[in-house]
Design a protein around this ligand. Structure first.
Ligand code: CS2
Length: 496
């Protein structure tokens, strides 16, 4: 890749060649590490890294981020070859801007060097650990939050082998930290889980118990570790060859870790950092005592709608979320879903309305420059649907109200699980519970009611009250039958 004697690649040596407006806000390599981040995916690079760089730029502090990739070697190699620099291209319908971010103080690869990661977690300089590892890496049952102790996790927690799972890494790191008396730390989930702070605390507590850690050590750790809840938001599709080509055109050098994102960015964080934190509020973040209402607004009013567009769009043959939004009738259906179901299911944060938020979300989804694939959002449905849609439906039904549009969203997921789009194209099932789902569906009788029964029997995915709710099941089966018989386009055109 390197030409001109290696100077064709983004890195400290080529920074001076970048256009002025594309240079980092802070001098890369000069900010000592104070944060470890697990999960170096596109989302982290375009979200927490951007906010943290801006906070350090505005208010200073030793808050460089050491980025840890749990599995992917490719990204670690790309970043290592670029002095941990990467660019973010912000894409609006009519303009784009590319800037290099200098937030990373280093990168590590957990799978090949877990000991280095454990040592980092035990380093007193590290006072914040953030995570974007996706829902499934927590290994929690989506409904109950119970730890799924499969063989891999049990080996991580009960033997001395180098840990390969996220709970394994965290437990090993926290124990090393306690032994080193390295001081308090905040563990911050930035994943789209319900009550993500509480879920992460539950993960750590259950993992320590499974590892047989004595109660006294568990208690000592509990006094040293906080788990602030967060709401994170920015649409950041997986990078493609086009992302890299755009970055190269803007920078004049090659960036193999480039990401592209929408202009919008929101971060709401519970202010519970016993070892201190960057001044993220100076970068636009909201620091609060309770992120819960924000989190519900986002999971139900954005992610739930996203999943609806993804499943209906994928079955209708649409490649991207923006393409799917153009399906006649879809935005009307989504507005009804937000106004009739989501808005009635919880109390939003003061100063916001669910309907207003929903309209803003639809405008963001329609951004044609963001080529977010429906299949990417459709992934891991079993881990996403509970907090995105099923809790909405369960809360409405508990109030004795219909959850008609939520039933359509669930039906769209089930229709997607049929494995074929309306035009017969194969739809791949990428889900950690794919085997359980496929087995359950194979044993069902193939009718809409049979499919609903089979999937609703997965108690780790569907809350019990909803699974036994005949009215809701009938609504889902009704929508599923219609989607199978008439196709998405016809159902949408007459629905709202
Ligand atoms: C999306 C999210 O892939 C998905 O499931 O719904 O990644 C979404 O783009 C972000 O949560 C937006 O903040």
């Amino acid at each position: 890749m390197a030409v001109n004697g290696g100077t064709d690649r983004l890195g400290l040596a080529t920074l001076r060649r970048l256009p002025e407006q594309s240079r980092p806000l802070i001098r890369p390599g000069t900010v000592p590490a104070g944060i470890v981040h697990l999960g170096l995916g596109a989302f982290h690079r375009a979200h927490q890294a951007v906010c943290t760089e801006a906070a350090v730029d505005a208010a200073g502090g030793d808050w460089g981020i050491v980025g840890v990739a749990p599995r992917s070697t490719e990204l670690v190699e790309a970043l290592a070859a670029q002095d941990a620099l990467f660019s973010v291209t912000t894409l609006a319908a009519d303009r784009s801007a590319t800037r290099v971010v200098g937030a990373l103080a280093g990168v590590r690869h957990a799978a090949s060097d877990p000991a280095a990661v454990v040592a980092l977690l035990a380093d007193p300089a590290i006072r914040v650990v953030t995570l974007t590892v996706t829902e499934k890496a927590y290994r929690l049952d989506p409904v109950s939050g119970a730890l799924r102790a499969d063989d891999e996790l049990t080996l991580d927690l009960t033997t001395d082998r180098p840990p390969v799972t996220v709970p394994g890494l965290l437990v090993r790191g926290l124990l090393a930290r306690a032994a080193a008396q390295a001081g308090p730390v905040a563990l911050v989930s930035c994943d789209n889980l319900p009550s993500n702070g509480r879920r992460l605390r539950g993960l750590v507590q259950q993992s320590l118990a499974l590892a047989g850690v004595p109660d006294a050590v568990q208690d000592a750790l509990a006094g040293q570790v906080s788990f602030p809840g967060t709401m994170v938001d920015r649409i950041v599709p997986a990078s493609t060859a086009a992302t890299l080509a755009n970055a190269r055109a803007a920078l004049g050098v090659t960036d193999l870790a480039a990401v592209a994102a929408e202009p919008y960015l929101q971060w709401v964080v519970e202010d519970d950092f016993p070892g201190g934190r960057p001044r993220w509020e100076q970068a636009g973040a909201v620091l609060t005592t309770d992120a819960g209402p924000w989190e519900r607004l986002k999971l139900r009013g954005l992610n739930g709608v996203h999943s609806a567009v993804a499943y209906l769009g994928a079955v209708a043959g649409c490649e991207t979320i923006a393409d799917a939004l153009a399906l006649p009738g879809l935005t009307d259906v989504l507005r009804r879903f937000v106004a009739d179901d989501v808005a009635g299911s919880f109390t939003p944060p003061e100063g916001t309305t669910v309907v207003g938020y929903g309209d803003e979300v639809l405008a963001r989804f329609a951004n044609p420059a963001i080529r977010h694939r429906t299949l990417q959002v459709a992934m891991d449905g079993s881990q996403k649907l509970p907090q995105r849609v099923l809790h909405t439906a369960a809360d409405l039904r508990a109030q004795g109200r219909p959850a008609y549009w939520s039933a359509l969203v669930v039906a769209a997921w089930l229709r997607f699980l049929d494995g074929r789009a309306d035009d017969g194209t194969v739809l791949p099932l990428d889900d950690p519970l794919a085997d359980r789902i496929t087995t359950a569906l194979a044993a069902a009788d193939g009718t809409a009611a049979g499919t609903v029964g089979a999937v609703f029997a997965l108690s780790e995915v569907v809350p019990a009250a909803l699974a036994s709710d005949d009215g809701f099941r009938a609504d889902v089966a009704g929508w599923l039958g219609a989607l199978r018989t008439h196709g998405v386009a016809t159902v949408l055109s007459g629905a709202a």
